[in-house]
Design a protein around this ligand. Structure first.
Ligand code: HSE
Length: 381
């Protein structure tokens, strides 16, 4: 099967090179921006791919919703299988693309959009056919894991570790999506849609690591905690929940062994119990390997990851409760229901009573409206 590649950046180059060696797959044309077509295999218009009958599948690794959606829809309508690493695209337009693919009888697969090289969505899509997925999530962003790990183990500053993650090709073109938790949120949206047939769009909450400081990290470390950015999703009798927030885990917890750009994805099946998958969550070769996994899957007859009829829905994040560590101006410490507080000059580090995820995220939003600098992380004992 000849595969056209849309995009020739970090992941695109990896996909193109892997295609040369993969069984049953063949390098096709690569779509690049006008002026960047310095080799015969590079083309600058999507029509050259969509109208080429020798192309059997299109792998999109450009990122962004447009023009990726227009190109994806055109490729599917032309009867080509479509594989993508683009979580922004699938989070925004996944149900529409799934419907077109089903109508045309071709594949729409996006394993690489969540977990880099870790076969998380792939396994979820298989597991949900025979088991009930109770909860899912984990460390799903390689950039922030790399940053938090380097801040803790190497005692580096936030700005330096972010620059390193960008240089290593882990971060998104705009790393705000990584550090704000939006990238992990998009991934948990996809995982929920694969497991439950509901793509959560309303009620989602995400807190990133933008406000963490070296002093916070040293404080956690001194008390036997490690900070990780964790995405959580699940299904209860009341519906689906999905959120992202920093979490403090006790030293020795499995998450502490997740270093550098690695991800740790997990799900719990009602019958299977907890399943954990770990591997590199970002970077050229891990992500390209996931694209190739989907393309090889097409050769074996794989066609979909979403359940048929996947639809958008609301989540309820008031059903999950934790105690939280909160660093905020000392003058505002009384705004939260606290069980303990440590004062350091103008700063307070408090542990709250158990709060729902919604209560904590909205409380931080209110505190920040008054100009306060706040960092919070859920406590997992
Ligand atoms: N920026 C993403 C990450 C790339 O750091 O996880 C892989 O999705």
């Amino acid at each position: 099967m000849k595969v056209a590649v849309l995009g020739f950046g970090t992941v695109g180059v990896g996909v193109y090179e892997m295609l040369a060696k993969a069984g049953g797959l063949e390098q096709g044309p690569v779509l690049v921006r006008p002026g960047k077509n310095d080799k015969p295999f590079k083309v600058t218009s999507i029509e050259e791919i969509v109208d080429d009958p020798s192309v059997g599948a299109v792998a999109e690794v450009m990122g962004g919703v447009e023009p990726a959606f227009t190109y994806a829809a055109a490729a599917l309508r032309a009867g080509k299988h479509f594989v993508t690493s683009n979580k922004a695209l699938v989070a925004a337009k996944g149900p529409e693309l799934d419907a077109i693919a089903r109508e045309k009888g071709v594949a729409f697969l996006f394993s690489a959009a969540c977990g880099g090289g870790v076969p998380f969505l792939h396994n979820l899509a298989i597991a949900r056919r025979s088991d009930v997925i109770r909860s899912l999530g984990g460390i799903l962003n390689g950039t922030t894991n790399y940053m938090l790990d380097a801040m803790q183990r190497l005692h580096l500053d936030y700005a330096d570790v972010l620059a390193d993650a960008q240089r290593l090709g882990y971060a998104e073109a705009d790393p705000t999506a990584d550090v704000s938790g939006l990238d992990a949120l998009r991934k948990i949206m996809l995982a929920c849609a694969v497991a439950y047939g509901t793509l959560p769009t309303d009620g989602l909450l995400n807190e990133g690591i933008e406000s963490v400081t070296a002093a916070d990290v040293a404080h956690f470390q001194g008390r036997g905690y490690t900070c990780r950015l964790i995405a959580s999703g699940g299904s209860t009798e009341d519906g689906v929940y999905a959120y992202v927030e920093p979490v403090l885990v006790r030293d020795g917890a499995a998450e502490c062994s997740v270093q550098q750009n690695f991800n740790m994805a997990r799900y719990e099946g009602a019958c299977a119990g907890p399943i954990v998958l770990m591997g590199q969550g970002a970077g050229r070769w891990p992500t390209a390997s996931a694209v190739l996994r989907d393309l090889s899957g097409i050769l074996r007859g794989e066609r979909d990851m979403f359940p048929e009829g996947v639809r958008r829905g609301e989540v309820d994040n008031s059903v999950c409760r934790h105690s939280y560590y909160v660093r905020l101006p000392a003058a505002l410490a009384g705004e939260l229901p606290t069980v303990s507080a440590e004062l350091e000059g103008e700063i307070a580090r408090v542990i709250t009573e158990p709060l729902s995820v919604s209560q904590m995220h909205f409380a931080a939003e209110r505190l920040r409206e008054s100009g306060a600098e706040v960092f919070f992380a859920a406590l997992r004992e």
